[in-house]
Design a protein. Sequence first.
Length: 569
Amino acid sequence: MVVMNKKMPDPTRKLRVGCFYRVSSKGQLEDDDIPMQRRVCTSFLEDKGWIFVKEYVEKAVSGLWVPAEKRGDLQEAMRDAEEGVIDVILCFMFDRLGRREHETPYIVQWFARHVEVWSATEGQQKFEQHSDKLMNYVRYWQAEGESLKTSIRVIADMTQMVEDGLFTGGSAGYGYKLVKTGLYNKKGKELFRRAKDEKTNHIAYQIYDFVYSYGYGSTRIAKYFNSPEINIPSPTGGKWTASTINSILKNPLYKGMPAIKKRKDEDGKLKTIPTEDQVLPKKPIPELITVPGPMWDAVQVIRSSRNQENTNNPDIEKVLVSKSPLLLVGMIYCGYCGSPMTTTYNSKKYQLADGTTQKWRQAKYRCSGKALGKADCAGQTIYSQTKIETVVLDELYAYLDHFKQVDVTDQLNKIKKKNTSQEDSEIKGLAKRLRELTKEIATLTAEVPKSILGKSAFKPELLNELIEQKQNEITSVESTLKKLEKTVLYKKVEKTEMENLVRSIPVWKESFQKSPVEKRKMMLNDVIDRVIVYRDQVDLKIKLKVQELSGISNGSETDSRGRAHRWQR
């Protein structure tokens, strides 16, 4: 008697086939690659006399970058194989099942334990001898290498195209348009290049300026463009959303550096790669610059300082500009309990002689700790806007007037020189270590097939352990590198702020007084660290970077009656 199981299908019935198709890019979708795979597989199973029962189609899913557990169609095929829905899994080529050398061989072996595994072009994959396992592993080790090489070549080609001013696909971007070049690719398609769209490019600049000059958030910017008075259509022609504004504000295209690789496949969906991980040209393309590089960098710092993860980080300077009509909210605190001073309003109604009613409403500073009962505070609950702001501004004007009397050029040059030298040195060292680790992994990976054949001094288990150690070190180095690069970005922005401050000192007061409230707040945020309020005194704390520039220490204090203590040098 013969006992039948899933490994030994009943020879008296026709095998039921599940066909697996995959393309790794949208370009392959457009070239109708899946219909080609379907035709070849259909012809193959008909010649075998098998029965087609189901197909599994992965569209634009990378077999190299997307792990098996996140590939929905692959998981469905595995469930059907395990539950006996199919007897054969058939694909055009075995690399359609994946290209990850540390994962795909085991997927194939798993299928082979439940169903027959066939390729319409490469035949059946069996695991009857040890050599079968070896060849299965080597196939995917080579496939991953080829996929990585292809990826590197594609990125290199695209980088060259971008630096030559050619468009590499996707959308032109809001504020830009595509123009013909008269050049053609190998497929005969005409190539395009980006150019600024005079109808919308100034709006893209305005979006950045709203953050840079006025401290607006993305939601506030969207509301402004959607307002009936402005009513500017979004890139899609409808209403603006915060996410649309965010996508513009983090796109390096606007500083003249279009991303070459800005999205990746994750579970069949395209996800945006973080800006710091995107592949960019080596230098800005002048004709694409909408906002200057320093302004773009400053906007990233402003937005980053508002992230939840950074709000409590003492090393990151906050740029929190509120909607309050009060100038100092966000940087003013109670001197008794340390609570932030917030906004409250005094309102009154009175009747005129003609019988009409007038309403009077005035903003006031309020100690949030005392008002809400959250702190045992010996200070006042409410303070006058005029009283506090007059004292602070008079003291600030006097402080900045000092700059007009001294030459700060030498001090500014010293700050610029020491700003990023240490971090730059560390970044070069880490970048060198990354290159070394990449070479070491390549060397160890090349030993894998030799080890399986018994021709290497390393055992497969040891190789796997060494490769994993190197990969973990790469992850650690990359994490440290990102933190250092962010620190350098903050320092570069700080340097730019100092240069701008020095240039603006002669007209700072005049410019401040002519500016709207939002811009005044941003100007104050550049120089004031905090304001501390007491019943009879206001302490003004100047930012350390401004102190370094001026040579004046942070001993400036003014009481609420306008008496100023002398600055301590």
